[in-house]
Design a protein around this ligand. Structure first.
Ligand SMILES: C[S@@+](CC[C@H](N)C(=O)[O-])C[C@H]1O[C@@H](n2cnc3c(N)ncnc32)[C@H](O)[C@@H]1O
Length: 216
């Protein structure tokens, strides 16, 4: 399956090699702080099994591994070997209870009720609606009953009424799919795929949302 030409979540070259540094500089460290705060809100317990979709250079991975302790297991999936090499380097101290795999998340995955948590951060907005649905379905299948899916991404807001720097960023720098995602009803999509018991937290003046959805 090929990524939509309207997407920019497949990060390559210089941007992939320096993704975490670029994000830290652009947000004055806010991106890393937000990811660590999101991990702290995931209700992680020692022994949990966690799956991350589009884990990138592993900014969340080590924080998750710390929270689930020596009996836990973390698996990060991504399509970028450059990103995964960085993630593997960062998480080496955790040994084989942290693993990374080259794997597209917009095709059916082989997991079935294997994980307590699924996490996805700034990836879902970069897919066409049918692919977003497939990714949400992959999360539902991978989760144990009662497990939870945590999505960190753009919140729903009126782009026309946002400040000009936000409008400029979304319309000129982000991918065209991002605005469609911002206008879409994420909870309706999650409900249709068997999720409920929603809770959310906001970052960057409400432009970003951490959405919790439990597998019912
Ligand atoms: C914007 S980055 C976010 C990385 C990380 N989640 C974070 O928040 O720091 C998007 C990530 O999604 C990955 N990605 C893009 N398309 C993918 C796909 N079809 N399957 C798996 N990963 C994908 C990219 O390689 C990249 O690492």
């Amino acid at each position: 399956m090929a990524t939509s030409p309207r997407s920019r979540v497949e990060i390559r070259g210089f941007e992939a090699r320096h993704y975490d540094t670029l994000m830290a500089l652009l947000t004055l460290g806010g991106y890393q702080r937000m990811l660590h705060d999101a991990v702290a809100r995931m209700g992680l317990e020692p022994g949990h099994r966690v799956l991350e979709f589009g884990c990138g250079p592993g900014i969340a991975a080590c924080a998750i591994a710390d929270a689930i302790g020596p009996d836990g297991f973390y698996l990060g999936l991504d399509i970028s070997e450059v990103m995964l090499a960085k993630a593997r380097r960062k998480c080496r101290p955790f040994g084989d209870r942290v693993a990374f795999r080259i794997q597209r998340i917009d095709e059916p995955l082989p997991f079935h009720e294997d994980f307590d948590r699924v996490f996805i951060s700034f990836v879902l907005h970069g897919f066409e609606e049918p692919d977003r649905r497939l990714i949400v379905r992959n999360a539902a299948r991978a989760l144990k009953p009662g497990g939870a899916f945590y999505i960190l991404d753009y919140n729903e807001f009126d782009v026309d009424r946002a400040s000009w720097p936000v409008r400029f960023f979304i319309r000129r720098i982000e991918c065209p799919l991002a605005e469609e995602f911002i206008r879409s009803d994420l909870k309706a999509l999650l409900s249709a795929e068997g999720f409920g018991d929603f809770q959310e937290w906001h970052y960057f003046r409400g432009l970003v949302r951490l959405q919790r959805a439990k597998r019912l």
